[in-house]
Design a protein around this ligand. Structure first.
Ligand code: AMP
Length: 219
């Protein structure tokens, strides 16, 4: 299955991407995670991306597209993938079509939209804490770790992403409305979009996602 996950920041894309990718047996490719790993490692790509990320702006298309093109050419992605956080603009979506045609002579199967309103997004992002070593996402109120600041899974340090601070959240929502909402309309127009309500318990959302994707699974 070749699947794209879209939704506003804080819709739970990272969390659901993990579950859905495991369920579908495809690699999860998260552009945000790849950028953050490059920032932590201090690579040239990370240095280029950091200022944009810290402000909540999109990293320029040429940088992002090159990175995704390389990742999609790796052997594990040739049979299917789940893209989390890419595409985020209509030009990125058009480029994705070109990349798929070039690398595997194929097309996307489905785009899953996680639907959440702005108030819920703000509540979720401001309490979000991410594990520095395994990237697992916790929430200070909704899903707290046993010991504040420490990941239950691997003991890693939890941190608040620079772009989860209040002033940056507002900018990310604006960027989403301007650049990414048209993408949702673009995919709807191509008959590829399936939307689910992404509020409520995490397991319920995963179940909704799996049910919505079932018709697109290949035998
Ligand atoms: P995310 O973890 O998906 O919220 O991404 C974190 C940040 O990485 C975004 O706010 C952008 O600065 C950058 N980023 C991730 N994916 C993309 C993309 N497809 N295009 C441009 N910037 C991106």
């Amino acid at each position: 299955m070749r699947l794209v996950l879209v939704g506003p920041p804080g819709a739970g894309k990272g969390t659901q991407a993990q579950f859905i990718a495991e369920h579908s047996g495809v690699p999860k490719i998260s552009t945000g995670d790849i950028f953050r790993a490059n920032v932590s490692a201090g690579t040239p790509l990370g240095v280029q991306a950091k200022a944009f990320m810290d402000r909540g702006d999109l990293v320029p298309d040429d940088v992002t597209i090159e990175m995704v093109r390389n990742r999609l050419a790796e052997p594990d992605a040739l049979e299917g993938f789940l893209l989390d956080g890419f595409p985020r603009t209509v030009p990125q979506a058009e480029t994705l079509d070109d990349i798929l045609r070039e690398t595997a002579q194929t097309k996307l199967d489905v785009v899953l939209e996680l639907v959440v309103d702005d108030d819920e997004v703000i509540r979720r992002l401001s309490g979000r804490r991410t594990c520095r070593s395994c990237n697992h996402i916790w929430h200070v109120d909704f899903d707290p770790p046993e010991k504040p600041g420490v990941c239950d899974l691997d003991g890693g340090e939890l941190y608040q992403r620079e772009d989860d601070k209040p002033e940056t959240i507002a900018n990310r929502l604006e960027v989403y409305a301007e650049s990414t909402a048209p993408l949702v309309a673009y995919y709807a127009g191509r008959g590829l979009l399936v939307g689910i309500d992404a509020t409520g318990p995490v397991d319920d959302i995963t179940q909704r996602a799996i049910d919505a994707l079932r018709p697109f699974e290949k035998a």
